[in-house]
Design a protein around this ligand. Structure first.
Ligand SMILES: Nc1ncnc2c1ncn2[C@@H]1O[C@H](COP(=O)(O)OP(=O)(O)OP(=O)(O)O)[C@@H](O)[C@H]1O
Ligand SMILES: [Mg+2]
Length: 253
């Protein structure tokens, strides 16, 4: 299977002098879900931000569907749907206007944008808030809208940074079901999460990061109890499990 995302020796050193990502490499095969786990400050968001060109790489490169984010940032951005960790929704637009504007940015026809916006608002349960002020949405509603926005232009690759953090269980299940459906349709998903059950239930492969380095990598079902234990030692409140958990997970509890 060809790699939809390939990180090649990526390094990020911030202006402060801190090196948040220290020369890591990984490949995400097309049509799979790849999870990055790790404690606060591990470098997950820094890695994600480099992957969609939000911050420049200090060294190395990231290829998306074979195209370099450093050499062809505009092209790569057009291939990606992104749900960032931080709230960057435009407060000047209502949810419907914001989604439609996003579609137009990606070159969709105006009528398609309007239809797609309404379809996605319905999907994430925000139809009643379609014309609301974005500032008046709850935190979980903003996360739903950010997730919907990532899907507007039907991207072939999705990059989701803690997509379900702050969502209620119903919304989480919507996201999980959607990720599975998109994967089935051939979409590639790169996500970060602090929820081990989410990673185990959705991801074909998980990369465990700490201090900017890869500690471990593999399919969740193949991970040893010791590996799961290393992650579990720094848990956040986990959501309900989306699917049956792998056997190694059960033995670790
Ligand atoms: N703009 C920045 N300037 C300087 N340092 C930064 C910047 N952004 C992040 N960092 C630092 O880089 C390190 C990695 O941060 P990052 O946001 O990538 O972690 P993370 O794994 O996403 O953590 P979390 O689980 O809390 O989201 C941290 O030490 C953080 O303080
Ligand atoms: Mg982060």
């Amino acid at each position: 299977m060809p790699a939809a995302i390939e990180a090649k020796g990526i390094v990020k050193r911030y202006a402060s002098g801190l090196t948040a990502v220290r020369g890591i490499s990984f490949q995400v095969p097309e049509g799979t879900c790849f999870g990055i786990l790790g404690p606060n400050g591990a470098g997950k968001t820094t890695t994600i931000r480099m992957s969609y060109g939000f911050i420049p790489l200090t060294a190395g490169d990231i290829l998306v569907l074979g195209r370099s984010i450093t050499a062809e940032p505009r092209l790569v951005k057009s291939l990606l749907g992104v749900c960032p960790q931080e709230d960057n929704l435009d407060p000047d637009f209502s949810p419907r206007e914001g989604l439609a504007a996003y579609g137009r940015y990606f070159g969709m026809a105006a009528q398609d944008c309007a239809r797609r916006a309404d379809e996605l608002l319905d999907f994430v349960g925000l139809s009643e808030k379609a014309s609301a002020n974005v500032r008046d949405l709850s935190g979980g509603m903003k996360r739903r809208l950010a997730f919907a926005r990532a899907l507007v232009h039907n991207p072939r690759v999705l990059v989701l940074d803690e997509p379900t953090t702050g969502m209620d269980p119903q919304a989480r299940h919507l996201v999980w079901d959607k990720v599975r459906q998109l994967k089935h349709e051939g979409v590639t998903v790169l996500l970060t999460t602090h929820y081990m059950e989410e990673a185990a239930g959705l991801c074909d492969e998980i990369l465990l990061m700490d201090a900017g380095l890869i500690l471990d990598q593999g399919a969740p079902g193949t991970w040893s109890a010791a590996t799961w234990g290393r992650i579990r030692s720094r848990p956040r409140t986990p959501p309900a499990c989306p699917t049956a958990v792998p056997p190694t997970w059960r033995t670790s509890s």
